[in-house]
Design a protein around this ligand. Sequence first.
Ligand code: SPV
Ligand code: MG
Length: 669
Amino acid sequence: MKALILNSGLGSRMGVLTSEHPKCMTEISAQETILSRQLQQIVEAGIEEVVITTGYYDGVLVNYCRSLCLPLHFTFVKNPIYDKTNYIYSIYCAREYLDDDIVLMHGDLVFENEVFDRVLASPVSCMTVSSTLPLPEKDFKAVVKDGMVVKVGVEFFTDAMEAQALYKLLKDDWRVWLDKIVEFCESGKTKVYAENALNELDGAAGIHALDVGNLLCSEIDNPEDLAVVSAKLKEIESRIVYMCFATDIIHGGHISIIKKAQKLGRLIIGVLSDEAVASYKRMPLVPASERRLMFENIAGVYKVVDQDTLSYRANLEKYRPSIVVHGDDWATGFQRPIRDEVTEILATYGGKLVEYPYSSDTKYAEIDARTRADLAMPDIRRGRLRRMLDAKGLITAMEAHDGLTGLIVEKTVVYQDGGAHQFDAMWISSLCDSTAKGKPDIELVDMTSRFRTIEDITEVTTKPIIFDGDTGGKTEHFVYTVRSLERLGVSMVIIEDKTGLKKNSLFGTEVEQTQDSIENFSAKIHAGKKAQRTKEFMICARIESLILERGMEDALTRAFAFVEAGADAIMIHSRKKDPSEILEFIAKFREKDKTTPIVLVPTSFNTVKEEEWKECGANVIIYANQLMRAEVPAMQKAAEMILQNHRAKECDAMLMPFKDIIRMIPAEN
Ligand code: SPV
Ligand code: MG
C-alpha cells in the first residue's frame, strides 16, 4: 500500500499563510502542520511508501519532508504546470509510481485517527462521506446509491452526502480510475478534478461510501477553516480515553490495543487491584504496585491509576472519559454485566465504548499456559497465600484429598455479578486424607504418605495449599516436617494444641483427648519458625479449648501466647452449630490483636456467609470435608443400585457420562 498526497496547488485562499510555503505546511497546532500530521498517521498505519505531488514551493516542501526524519520512503513528483492545471494532471504525472493499493488524500485534509483507521481497515475501496454533516454549498459531495459512490463533485445535491477526498483504493479499482485520468489528460482535460474522470465511470471503480459521521475529517481552504479544525483537534487531543488492565505480563496484543487507544485521546490506564484480579481469575504473579510501573513506562500513556473493583463505576465517575476501550471478548460471557454497567454510565454523559477484536493469537495463549505452569512451581505457589490474604482480607480454601479433588478445587468457577468466584486455596485435611485411605483420623497415615497426597495434588494444580499437620508430632520431628512442606510448595501448616493419641476434633469430649500445655505447644511453634527456610511459609496454631470445653478465657490466653511464640495465624475451632462462641472469640481476640489472621473451619457452624465472616474479622475460611462427604454417598448409592439390579443400567442416570469422564482430564502436550 502506498500513500498519495496531492500537494501541487497554490492554496491561494489561505492569504499570507501560504506566502512562503505550500498550504500543507500550515500549522494546525503548536506541534504539527497539516502535512506532518498526515505523515505521522501514515507512519503509524505501517505504510512506508509515500508519493507526493508538488508544484508550488516544491523545494521548500521537499526539504520540509526530509527534515521530519520519518521512516518513510518519499517519491516527489513535480507537476511542472501546477499553476495551469488541476490535480488530475499531478496524478497523471505521478502515474508510473502508483501501481499498488493506494490511500489517496488531498494535502489540505485533516482527519482524526479513528477516521484513518476506518479507511485503512476497509476491505473494499472507499471514500469518506458524512451522513450527519450538512451538505456544503461549494465543496465536494458524493452521490451515494446502495452504499456506492457513483458521482463526486461540488454540483451534486440530490442523493448526496458531504464528502472528503480521502480514499482507499484497491489496486484493480484504482487502475480503472487511473486509466480514465490518463485518458482525460491525454485528451487535454487537465483543468478538472480527478473526480470528473471518476464520474464518467458510473460506479465502475467500485468505491464504497464510508460514513464517518461527525468525526473530524475536514479540508482547510481558508483561515476560518483553520481556526475551526485547530479547535476541534485541541478538543480531540484533550479527550480522556480509559482502559483497564488485569494482566501481569504485557505482550504484543496489549501494546497493539494500547496504541490504538492512544490515538483516540489521552489514555488513562486503570490497573486492577490484586484483590479484584484474584476474584475473577487468579492471584496475579506481579502485585498491583509493580503492574502500575509497567504501564507507567509505556510511551504515550497519559496517566496510570488504580481500579479497585471489577466495576468501572468509580473511575468512570471520577475521570469521565469520553471513550472506554476494551477487547470485544466481554460482549458475551461472565464479564457482560460489567460491560453493561460501563455502557449505562457512559450513556449518562455521552461517552462511548470502543471495542477492538480480542486477540486469540495462539502465542498469547501459550504465554498464559506458561504462566500457569509457573504458578504451580513450589517457590511461586508458596508465597501466594500470604499475598492473597493481604490483598483480599478473607480467602477461602476447599478440601482436596487427591489429584481429582485437587482439580475440582482448581477449576470450579461460578459466575456471578460480573465476577468469577472460585476457591483461593486447597486444604489437605487429615480427616479426608485418612478416610480416602480407609483409615481413621488418628495420625495413623504417616507423613511420607501425606506428602505423597500433596504431590498428587501439586502435580495437577496451581492454587496455594494449607496442610493439616495434626498435632505436628514431636517437636524434633515437626522441624523436619516444616522444611519438607516448604520444599513441596505448601504455604501454611496448621497444627493443633493436642498431645497423645489425637482424635478428630468433631468427636469433642465424646472421646478422650489431651490438650498440650501452653509451654510445650509454644516451644513447638517456636522451633518450627526457627527451622523454616523461606520467609513466606506460615505456621498456624490451632486452639482446641472450645472443642474440649475449657472455656473462652483459656482459648484467648492460648491464642495470645501462641502468637507471642511466633504463630503466623491462629485457628479457633468449635463443634457447635451456633456460631456465637466463635464470634465472641473473634471479637475478643481482635480487641487486642488486629492483624494476626484468624482461620475458621465452619463445618458445624455453617450458617454464616463469607462476607459476614470477613466483616467480623476472620481471614481464612476452610471448607474442610465437603467434597469427601459428597462423594461417599454417591459411591455407596451406585454400588447398591448395581447390587440390587444385578446390572449397571439402572444407575446410569446418576452417573457422569462415560464420554465426559474420559475427556475430563486432557493429556498435557
Ligand atoms: C480435618 O479436616 O482433618 C480437620 C478439621 O482437622 S476437623 O475435621 O474439623 O477437625
Ligand atoms: Mg485434621
